[in-house]
Design a protein around this ligand. Structure first.
Ligand code: M6R
Length: 605
C-alpha cells in the first residue's frame, strides 16, 4: 500500500538517485503513479510526479537528474482519488514550502479540507493526503518552529499514516510520523533513509530503527530525534541489525522476483524450521491452556491458516481459521481471555489482520503471531512471536512465505502432538531434513511440465481448482495464484461441493485442476474427477509419483514425491500450481511481480 522512500545525505551529496532506487525497491507496495520532491541548492522544492510505472516516469521526468541532498519519494497504490498526475505524491501546500508523501488513509480529511478551504487554502487534488501540507502550513501561522507545527498537525489527523515531509522552513531535516502504517529508518554511512519497508535501503545499510505507533520526529545532523505523541516524551528506539542481505532483495539472475522466490522455497523452509525450533519456548503452554483457538489471516496467509486448521484436526486439536476481515462479525462476540488467536501475516502489517487481533486482545485473548518481518506491527501486539526465515518477499504474490507459514504451523503442531503422546518423530524428521530436498526436486521437475501445460491453459478464461481435506487449502491457494497474477478466473472449491452448483459451468475443455492426496478422501476425489470428466472437463491432477490410478484418470498431471499425503502436503503440492500461475502470467504478457490493482501489504481496511 504505497511505498515511501526518503534520504538525507549529511555530506551534502545528491540523493535523488538513491530516493529513486528506494521507491523502485518498494514498487511491490503500489505502482500506479510515482513522484519525487527534492530541496534544490537554489532553495526551492522541485516536485516531479505522474501516473505510470517508475521505469517509464524515470525517462519522462528525469528523476535522477534532480538536485539536492534531501529528498522524498513515493510509489502509489490509489485509495482516494483517481490514478492521475495531480493525485500522485508528493503533495505540497499553497506556498510550495512543504512537500509530503503519505501511506495510509486520513479518515477525517473531508472535515479538515472544508476547514482549511474556509481559511483560504487552495486544494488541487482529490486525495486525502493533500490536507497534511495545508494543515501544517496553517499551523505554522502560530508556531515559529516547524516541528511544533508538524506535531500539532499530526495530532489533528485521524486514521492511518506513515509520512515523510520536507520543508523550506527547516531545509536540512526530513520529518516523519507513523500511526498504523509501517515506517522504518535506516542508519547509513553519513546518510539517513526513511522508508515503508526495509528492502528499500538494504543495499546501503542493515541498521534499522522500527518506528512505533505515535512516533514522530526528524533526521538531521543532530541524529534521529523521536517523540511519541501518546507518551509526550522523547523516546529512544533500539537500532537493530537485520539479517536480511541485499542479495535477498535482488532478482539474482531470475526474470522475476516471483520465480526467484518459488525457487528459494527449499532454503526458506529449511531456515524457517530451524528458526521455529529456537522460538518454541512458551508456545505449547499458550496452546495447551486455550479454550478456543482461532487462526486469523488474509489472502494466502489465510490459506496457510486453513491448512493449519485441517492439520490440527488430524491430531484431534480443535481450531478454526477465520478470514481476518470477517473475524469480528463472525466470532468477535465469543472471544474471551481463555482463547488464543494465532495471527498469520507475511508482512505483519495487514490492517484487517491487525484489527481482528486487536479486537481479540481487547477481550483478553492471548495472541501468537507468525510473521516474516521483524519488528512489524503484529509483533508488538502479540504475546508470543514466531519469525519465519523465508527472507524478504518482493513479488506481490506470496509464494515462499506460504510454504514457510505452513512449515511453522506444522512444526508447532507436531511438537504439540508429541506432547500428547503421538508418534510423530518420522514426520518431524522429514520436515527438518527431507522436505527441502523434495521441494527442490519438485521445482525442477514440475517447472518443465508447467511450461508445457501453459500452451493450452493460457487461452482459457476459467478454471476450477478442486481439493478435499488437506488438499482443499492447496487448491484454494493455487487458484488465488492463477487469478491474481495471470488474470485467469480460477475458482478454488471443495471437490465434494462442486456437484452442488459449480459443475453447471463445465463443458468440453474446461480446465479442472485436482489436488489429489492418497488419504482417506482419495476415492471421493476420484468421484469428483469422474463427474467433471464425464462432462468434458480437462483434468489436470497434482498427485503423488506412485499414484498411477489418478494419472490414468487425468488428461495432464504434475507429480510430486510419494509420501506427502499428510500434513506436509502443501510444501510440495503447491509448487506446480505456483509455477503454472507464473508461467501462465508470463505467457499472457502480465507482469507477475506487479499484478494490476494489487499491492504487497494491504495496510487499509
Ligand atoms: O502480509 P500478509 O500475509 O498479511 O498479506 C495477506 C494478503 O494480503 C496476501 O497474502 C495477498 O493475498 C497476496 N496477494 C497473496 O499472494
Amino acid at each position: 500500500m504505497c511505498g515511501i522512500g526518503a534520504c538525507l545525505s549529511l555530506l551534502g551529496l545528491n540523493v535523488a538517485p538513491k530516493v529513486l532506487k528506494m521507491i523502485k525497491n518498494l514498487e511491490y507496495r503500489g505502482y500506479d503513479s510515482a513522484g519525487l520532491a527534492m530541496i534544490t541548492p537554489d532553495g526551492i522544492i522541485d516536485v516531479r510526479k505522474d501516473k505510470g510505472k517508475i521505469a517509464d516516469l524515470e525517462i519522462k521526468l528525469r528523476f535522477s537528474e534532480m538536485k539536492g541532498f534531501i529528498g522524498i519519494g513515493h510509489t502509489r497504490w490509489a485509495t482516494h482519488g483517481a490514478v492521475s498526475k495531480r493525485n500522485a505524491h508528493p503533495h505540497v501546500d499553497c506556498s510550495r514550502c512543504i512537500a509530503v508523501v503519505h501511506n495510509g488513509i486520513i479518515e477525517n480529511y473531508i472535515e479538515l479540507r472544508k476547514e482549511l478551504e474556509a481559511k483560504g487554502h487552495i486544494f488541487t487534488t482529490e486525495t486525502d493526503t493533500e490536507v497534511i501540507p495545508h494543515l501544517i502550513e496553517e499551523n505554522l501561522k502560530h508556531h515559529d518552529n516547524f516541528f511544533n507545527a508538524f506535531e500539532e498537525s499530526i495530532k489533528q489527523l485521524k486514521g492511518a499514516y506513515a509520512l515523510a515531509v520536507i520543508t523550506l522552513k527547516d531545509p536540512s531535516k526530513i520529518f516523519f510520523a507513523r500511526f498504523f502504517s509501517p515506517l522504518v529508518i535506516g542508519i547509513g554511512e553519513c546518510e539517513y533513509y526513511i522508508a515503508s519497508d526495509i528492502p528499500a535501503f538494504l543495499e546501503w545499510t542493515r541498521k534499522v530503527i522500527i518506528l512505533h505507533d505515535g512516533d514522530i520526529g526528524f533526521v538531521s545532523k543532530e541524529g534521529v530525534i523521536i517523540k511519541n505523541i501518546f507518551d509526550n516524551t522523547i523516546v529512544n528506539r533500539d537500532v537493530i541489525t537485520v539479517e536480511w542481505t541485499k542479495e535477498m532483495a535482488e532478482k539474482g539472475g531470475f526474470d522475476h522476483f516471483m520465480l526467484k522466490e518459488i525457487y528459494e522455497q527449499p532454503v526458506g523452509v529449511k531456515r524457517t524450521v530451524m528458526m521455529t525450533e529456537k522460538q518454541m519456548q512458551g508456545v505449547l503452554e499458550i496452546l495447551e491452556n486455550a479454550n478456543d483457538i482461532y487462526l486469523v489471516a488474509a489472502g494466502t496467509s489465510f490459506y496457510a491458516s486453513l491448512h493449519g486448521q485441517y492439520a490440527f484436526s488430524v491430531y484431534g486439536f480443535k481450531s478454526r481459521a477465520i478470514i481476518a476481515s470477517e473475524f469480528i462479525e463472525e466470532v468477535g462476540s465469543f472471544i474471551d481471555e481463555d482463547d488464543v488467536i494465532i495471527g498469520v501475516s507475511q508482512s505483519g502489517e495487514t490492517a484487517d489482520t491487525l484489527k481482528a487481533l486487536r479486537h481479540g486482545k481487547d477481550k483478553g485473548a492471548r495472541i501468537l503471531a507468525v510473521t516474516n518481518v521483524v519488528g512489524s506491527a503484529i509483533t508488538r501486539l502479540a504475546d508470543k512471536v514466531i519469525i519465519m526465515g523465508a527472507g524478504p518477499e518482493i513479488g506481490v504474490a506470496a509464494t515462499k512465505t506460504f510454504t514457510s507459514q505452513v512449515a511453522v504451523l506444522n512444526y508447532i503442531l507436531l511438537e504439540w502432538a508429541k506432547e500428547h503422546g503421538y508418534d510423530v518423530e518420522l514426520l518431524l524428521d522429514k520436515l527438518r531434513n527431507r522436505v527441502p530436498e523434495d521441494m527442490e526436486a519438485t521445482i525442477r521437475e514440475t517447472d518443465e511440465a508447467a511450461k508445457q501445460l501453459v500452451e493450452m491453459i493460457h487461452k482459457k478464461g476459467n478454471a476450477y481448482y478442486l481439493g478435499r481435506g488437506l488438499g482443499l487449502p492447496i487448491a484454494l491457494e493455487g487458484a488465488l495464484k492463477m487469478k491474481e497474477i495471470a488474470y485467469l478466473h480460477a475458482e478454488g472449491y471443495p471437490a465434494g461441493e462442486s456437484k452442488h452448483g459449480p459443475i453447471a459451468l463445465v463443458e468440453p475443455g474446461f480446465p479442472i485442476i485436482a489436488v489429489v492426496l492418497k488419504d482417506a478422501v482419495y476415492d471421493k476425489m476420484h468421484i469428483a474427477i469422474e463427474e467433471m470428466k464425464s462432462r468434458g472437463g480437462y483434468i489436470i491432477s497434482v498427485c503423488e509419483k506412485s499414484d498411477d490410478k489418478t494419472k490414468k484418470l487425468s488428461n495432464f498431471y504434475f507429480d510430486v514425491p510419494t509420501g506427502y499425503s499428510n500434513i506436509l502436503a502443501p510444501l510440495v503440492y503447491i509448487i506446480p500450481l505456483q509455477l503454472l500461475a507464473y508461467r501462465t502470467a508470463v505467457k499472457r504478457g502480465c507482469d507477475p511481480d506487479k499484478p494490476r490493482n494489487l499491492a504487497k501489504s494491504v495496510t487499509v481496511e
